[in-house]
Design a protein around this ligand. Structure first.
Ligand code: ATP
Ligand code: MG
Length: 589
């Protein structure tokens, strides 16, 4: 089939899909692949090509690919045609330095256009893109570059001096450091601008096997040491399909994913999915700031917004009034990821934005959204939704350690509605990780009985909706009960004074563990004993035996940089134990 005809077929299908007829029973990943172009001449499938090249010619060439806000709020647009030229220059610059297929290119950059150019240029060159959070200190940077075998690093002169120069001698594999910004390049680096200016602005994407490694992403380190998850070019099929299903993406949308590309969400959905759909991606260089966020939603007429529960809870902290002062009429779809989304937060978005936030569940390992309250289905507040078409999920019976019980390599699938089990997925979706970097044993251990084991516990109701219970490691065992922190946190969130909660199990001589809640308060509320008693009473009333026995007020709950409450750190601090790997801890918020 010629590319043109294939594209028209895909477009026609999209038109049908747009009215949600896509909740189809005959969905297959193979079919979803036909929605993408593929490299001309049947030379394979490349994420960068699907995101950039195929829109850079013809009618979409002049459409805005990136709408970049600098810290002052000034807007700069990059069209698809310009993105093709700039990523071509970067890909040629890599090639001129002998960087080729499979070589690892790291970025340590704020959310500026150069980060997106480097990431997409790397993908187009069939090298491997590995984005790091710009706030990482020297040790987390060293460790990841070392583990990932980084040959190229793109950063800024300042970040280089502070974070990389002190550890450069320990990184013999790191051959090239390109620095973005004006002024002289520090010793041992070269100017990004000079390198790309010297390169040609056309680049033909080389043949790409769908199994070629494309992205290297480190997990959030919520439960321990971050793991490096390996992803391949075929993942783009899932990025496209989930963009369509779970995020309701269409070509003329203005899509804002608030996550940093240092976290998988900021890459799969902050770069790839919206560009593959030909949408406009909002890139904001600044960190969370409630008035600025509302201003951005209004001024840029954002249509689809993908954010995290902790951000929504922070907006709630600022009150509905601030939201109501803005014209948010362009906003059509709100989605959330990273942590359980409390029912209270869903109701609030429904009230304030006129539409509910759609919870989505997935992991660095899954590469794309797996379960969600997808477009066109009824949102159940507090539920993560249903597996998207093409994804087969199950709950597996647990053993004493809280994880799936594996007997002679076999597992037992739980069918009873309401039963709690380890959430598992049937391998075979395109964006499934293909390994943990340097840890094959751990990768193997993530599969049993024909399932991928997520490490999360959940239950499913009679309508097939999944409800998050907690991470396997966070489950509290108290007097014979198994308690998921999420349920306790959601109940306390219902109190008007409460902004956010983190719940842990605290060792207890009688009960084994008791529930302790760390609570941060909304402005205007004081951490007094009367409030503590009120919250304890609310817990007892709603949760009976599962209620928290202790409540501590804490305005600075520890979060990962991807926005998750770090319960393991709350617990370590409570028990005076070593704090473990803190490389992904957000320093202050
Ligand atoms: P690590 O694996 O290093 O401990 P992490 O699991 O937090 O860190 P990520 O891959 O960023 O790293 O996060 C995936 C996890 O986040 C999921 O396994 C789940 O525990 C949690 N999560 C993501 N989305 C949701 C959601 N919608 N509801 C509940 N939990 C979610
Ligand atoms: Mg994990």
């Amino acid at each position: 089939m010629s590319e043109r005809i294939r594209k028209t077929t895909a477009d026609r299908e999209r038109a049908n899909l747009a009215d949600y007829a896509w909740v189809r029973h005959d969905f297959s990943w193979q079919h979803a692949r036909s929605w993408l172009s593929g490299l001309p001449g049947g030379r394979g499938l490349n994420i960068g090509y699907e995101a950039v090249d195929r829109h850079a010619v013809g009618e979409r060439a002049g459409a805005v690919a990136l709408r970049c806000l600098d810290r002052s709020g000034a807007v700069r647009d990059v069209t698809y045609a310009e993105l093709a030229r700039r990523t071509s220059r970067f890909a040629n610059a890599l090639r001129a330095r002998g960087i080729g297929r499979g070589d690892r290119v790291f970025t340590l950059l704020g959310r500026t256009p150069e980060l997106y150019v480097a990431a997409l240029g790397t993908l187009r060159a069939v090298s491997v893109c590995a984005p790091l959070f710009p706030a990482f200190g020297p040790e987390p940077v060293r460790e990841r570059l070392h583990r990932g075998g980084g040959k190229v690093l793109v950063t800024t002169p300042e970040l280089y001096r502070r974070r990389v120069a002190p550890i450069r001698a320990d990184l013999p594999e790191l051959r090239h450091v390109l620095v973005v910004g004006d002024g002289p390049a520090p010793e041992g680096t070269e100017s990004f601008t000079a390198a790309v200016d010297a390169a040609a602005d056309t680049f033909e994407v080389p043949p790409t096997d769908p199994d070629d490694m494309a992205l290297l992403h480190f997990t959030s380190g919520t439960t321990g040491h971050p793991k490096g998850a390996v992803h391949v070019h075929e993942a783009v099929v899932a990025h496209y399909a989930t963009g369509l299903y779970a995020l309701d993406l269409r070509p003329d949308d203005v899509f804002w994913c608030t996550a940093d590309p240092g976290w998988v969400t900021g890459t799969s959905y902050g770069i790839v999915a919206p560009l593959v759909h030909g949408a406009t991606v909002v890139v904001d260089a600044a960190e969370f700031d409630a008035p600025r966020w509302y201003d951005t939603l209004q001024r840029l007429r954002v249509t689809n917004w993908y954010t995290a529960p902790t951000a929504l809870r922070m907006l709630m902290r600022h009150g509905a009034e601030l939201a109501r002062r803005h014209d948010l009429s362009a906003l059509r779809f709100i989605a959330s990821v990273g942590e359980p989304l409390n029912p209270e937060t869903v109701m609030w978005t429904r009230e304030v934005f006129g539409r509910p936030a759609h919870d989505t569940w997935w992991q660095t390992e899954t590469g794309a959204i797996m379960i969600s309250n997808y477009a066109g289905m009824d949102v159940k507040p507090g539920s993560m939704g249903r597996p998207i078409p093409g994804v087969e999920a199950a709950l597996l019976e647990r053993g004493d350690d809280g994880r799936a019980r594996v007997v002679d390599g076999a597992v037992r699938v739980l069918d009873t509605p309401g039963a709690v089990g380890e959430l598992a997925l049937r391998p075979g979706w395109p964006s499934m990780f293909r390994g943990y970097l340097g840890d094959e044993e751990r990768y193997r251990a993530a599969f049993a009985g024909g399932w991928y084991l997520s490490g999360d516990l959940a239950r499913r109701d009679g309508e097939g909706y999944y409800w998050f219970v907690g991470r396997g490691d966070d489950i509290i065992k108290s007097a014979g009960h198994l308690i998921g922190p999420f349920e306790v946190e959601s109940v306390l969130m219902e109190h008007p004074a409460v902004a956010e909660v983190g719940v842990i199990g605290k060792p207890d001589a009688v009960a084994g563990e008791v529930v302790k809640a760390f609570v941060s308060l909304k402005p205007g509320y004081r951490p007094i004993d009367a409030l503590r008693l009120e919250l304890l009473a609310l817990g007892r009333r709603r949760l009976a035996a599962l209620a928290p026995k202790e409540i501590a007020f804490d305005q600075h709950l520890p979060h990962t940089r991807s926005g998750k409450v770090m319960r393991r750190l709350l617990k370590a601090r409570e028990l005076g134990l070593p704090e473990g790997d803190l490389s992904t801890l957000e320093v202050s918020r």
